[in-house]
Design a protein around this ligand. Structure first.
Ligand SMILES: *[C@@H]1O[C@H](CO)[C@@H](O)[C@H](O)[C@H]1NC(C)=O
Ligand SMILES: *[C@@H]1O[C@H](CO)[C@@H](O)[C@H](O)[C@H]1NC(C)=O
Ligand SMILES: *[C@@H]1O[C@H](CO)[C@@H](O)[C@H](O)[C@H]1NC(C)=O
Ligand SMILES: *[C@@H]1O[C@H](CO)[C@@H](O)[C@H](O)[C@H]1NC(C)=O
Ligand SMILES: *[C@@H]1O[C@H](CO)[C@@H](O)[C@H](O)[C@H]1NC(C)=O
Ligand SMILES: *[C@@H]1O[C@H](CO)[C@@H](O)[C@H](O)[C@H]1NC(C)=O
Ligand SMILES: *[C@@H]1O[C@H](CO)[C@@H](O)[C@H](O)[C@H]1NC(C)=O
Ligand SMILES: *[C@@H]1O[C@H](CO)[C@@H](O)[C@H](O)[C@H]1NC(C)=O
Ligand SMILES: [Fe+2]
Length: 544
């Protein structure tokens, strides 16, 4: 006999009451309210270090199968997609031919192989073709005993006339050499507008190429981003000597070499490793200090500037160090910390022009990224980029930048809305995601812990220059260089590896979720709605 038939009506009622109680209870537990920044400013939270981390991040060895060339000479490898300024155009990049490293290197002729992309909408025949340009670069060390490097042929091709939010297929290479890649796919960004956003944007920093990096990238890939922002420090090729011997510490190793060396093949390894992700998910990169890579004739950033495609010209910048682009209703500012940022420099003037041309009715969200954070409370790199902050913060504030993403500090931190070190309901939220998993140390100590406040004169970054890190003049830390507890501007901090996903829902709400590598891919280590208040904060800037 079925169970229910044995029960009298009161029993059934009781059962139903119990059931509904259970359901409402579980909905309370499962559908916990996600906080919004309007619930803040939040009391600072520090998540204690998880003692279960078993080991240091360890680089994939040069012999790892994922890093080795698998193709014939002019077959494309290290294929990637990057965005141009708007949805209607993307860049496809790849490399052909072998790099050389050693004594008698002979740069390849970039004209020996064509730069062609054949493409079309998914499900239709491939009918379109675009041609681009190619280059090689060299990393030269005019010192006895150091090995020189010259790259394979790097190709960049811009596709244009694309439809928004549309899946495309493409093959790249040189059809005349029968050296075309397999078929790859990418989706264009949605049209720019207040109700139109990519559904998930992944953001990571300081990736490197360790087993922890692979964990970060796997988690990110399973979260299906439509765009990947990498906020600097990419391959960490500069943790190696030119002979391929590496060390997990940039500043403490090989102090007797005449110049800080790099092992450029690590860049090729990184490009091969990451290809499965970025040959279909567009990647946008901004330079970090590990991209400086000083070489002969004081040249810097040559690998970074050569390997990636940037919408620099398209965004009126003319520099690979800073540019902007739209992803649906989000306008991204990619700023350069390792180039002049002062008010009379080119970058600042470009930024003023760029900001003045943004129409917040079309791209309500303004998101800025650069490498070294202004608002970080870890001891590592504490207040290192103060001169940049002093120079640029007012401009970003005046135009109502909503969100800032940085890397550089190898940990996670989210700020309360802040401006000039003061809590401010119209200041941006600053998020540091330098926790991609590279070979260097994770940041675990905080400048506000006893004995950890750095001597001010030691804090500026040599390459960035200047000294602007003066003691605070107001608030609980007035007269001092560090707070003696977690600063009020810091809402949440945790030392762990991971990545973040930004889901912009509409013109006021964006869900930010930080994912830790030790969790299931979809679990949240930190989650909050970033809320815009344009009616309160967007006072139209005066015309110059
Ligand atoms: C990094 O990966 C190693 C295993 O390769 C693991 O033992 C360690 O806990 C990871 N570290 C972090 C911080 O996730
Ligand atoms: C590397 O290139 C530099 C600059 O051209 C040159 O001075 C040096 O001799 C080269 N080194 C080797 C090992 O070929
Ligand atoms: C590379 O050079 C360093 C420093 O001279 C040396 O200790 C190391 O053994 C060399 N490695 C190789 C693979 O030759
Ligand atoms: C490279 O920079 C150093 C230090 O700034 C300078 O002394 C040297 O003349 C520069 N060399 C070249 C080739 O520009
Ligand atoms: C600002 O940068 C420009 C270009 O790099 C430089 O010429 C100028 O001296 C700098 N000004 C200040 C005040 O640092
Ligand atoms: C920022 O704060 C500093 C120190 O309190 C103060 O001197 C400066 O004038 C402030 N800047 C702005 C633009 O308010
Ligand atoms: C700044 O603060 C530090 C302590 O945080 C102190 O040692 C130093 O003397 C202060 N400097 C000035 C100029 O007040
Ligand atoms: C914007 O999205 C948030 C979060 O999904 C939602 O709560 C809010 O109602 C939306 N606002 C509008 C105007 O649709
Ligand atoms: Fe860095």
């Amino acid at each position: 006999m079925p169970f229910v038939h044995q029960m009298n009506p009161t029993m059934v009622l009781n059962l139903l009451t119990a059931l509904s109680l259970l359901i409402s209870l579980s909905s309370v537990i499962v559908v916990a309210e996600i906080p919004t920044i309007l619930d803040g400013p939040f009391k600072p939270v520090t998540v204690p270090l998880d003692q279960s981390f078993r080991g240091q991040a360890v680089d994939l060895p040069n012999s790892d199968p994922r890093l080795l060339a698998k193709l014939e000479q002019f077959d494309p490898e290290q294929i990637s997609v990057s965005l141009s300024f708007n949805y209607d155009s993307v860049w496809i990049s790849w490399i052909t031919g072998e790099f050389q490293i050693g004594d008698n290197i002979e740069p390849l002729d970039p004209n020996s192989v064509a730069s062609i992309v054949q493409f079309g909408e998914f499900g239709k025949p491939i009918t379109e073709e675009a041609e681009g340009y190619s280059l090689v670069y060299s990393q030269l060390y005019p010192f006895q005993g150091l090995q020189n490097y010259t790259s394979g042929i790097i190709h960049h091709v811009r596709l244009s006339g694309l439809k928004p939010n549309t899946l495309y297929q493409y093959q790249c290479g040189d059809p005349n050499l029968a050296a075309m890649s397999g078929v790859h796919y990418f989706r264009t960004m949605p049209v720019s507008g207040p109700n139109s956003y990519p559904s998930r944007i992944a953001i990571a920093g300081d990736l490197g190429l360790t087993y922890n990096t692979t964990s970060t990238v796997n988690h990110m890939a399973i979260n299906h981003p439509e765009l990947f922002l990498l906020v600097g420090d990419v391959s960490y090729a500069n943790l190696y000597l030119t002979n391929g011997t590496g060390s997990s510490c940039y500043s403490c190793s090989f102090s007797d070499t005449p110049i800080h060396e790099t092992y450029q093949p690590r860049w090729d390894y990184w490009g091969r490793y990451i290809e499965p992700l970025i040959s279909s998910v567009p990647i946008m990169v901004i330079e970090g200090n590990h991209e400086i890579e000083l070489q002969a004739e004081n040249q810097t950033f040559v690998s970074y500037s050569s390997r990636f495609a940037f919408p620099s010209e398209e965004s009126g910048s003319s520099s690979t160090f800073y540019y902007s682009f739209n992803a649906g209703g989000v306008h991204f500012l990619m700023l350069g910390a390792y180039t002049s940022y002062n008010k009379s420099g080119d970058q600042y003037r470009w930024l003023e022009r760029d900001l003045a041309s943004v129409d917040r009715e079309v791209t309500p969200w303004l998101v800025a990224t650069w490498h070294p954070p202004w608002y970080s409370t870890y001891k590592a790199h504490y207040r290192e980029a103060e001169c940049m902050r002093v120079e640029m913060e007012d401009l970003l504030y005046k135009y109502g930048v909503d969100l800032v993403f940085n890397g550089h500090v190898h940990a996670y931190e989210r700020s309360n809305r802040v401006y000039n070190y003061t809590l401010d309901p119209c200041g941006p939220v600053y998020i540091t995601v330098g926790d991609g998993g590279n070979w260097e140390k994770m940041a675990i100590t905080h400048a506000d812990e006893p004995g950890n406040c750095p001597e001010p004169s030691t804090t500026p970054d040599d390459f960035m220059g200047g000294f602007c890190a003066f003691n605070f003049t107001s608030g609980p830390a007035a007269g001092k260089f560090c707070w003696d507890r977690q600063p009020d501007y810091s809402a949440f901090r945790e030392s762990s590896f991971g990545h973040g996903i930004l889901e912009v829902k509409n013109d006021t709400h964006a869900l930010w979720t930080w994912h830790r590598n030790q969790d299931m891919y979809n679990a949240a280590g930190d989650q909050i709605y970033i809320v815009r208040q344009p009616e309160k904060c967007l006072v139209k800037p005066q015309d110059p």
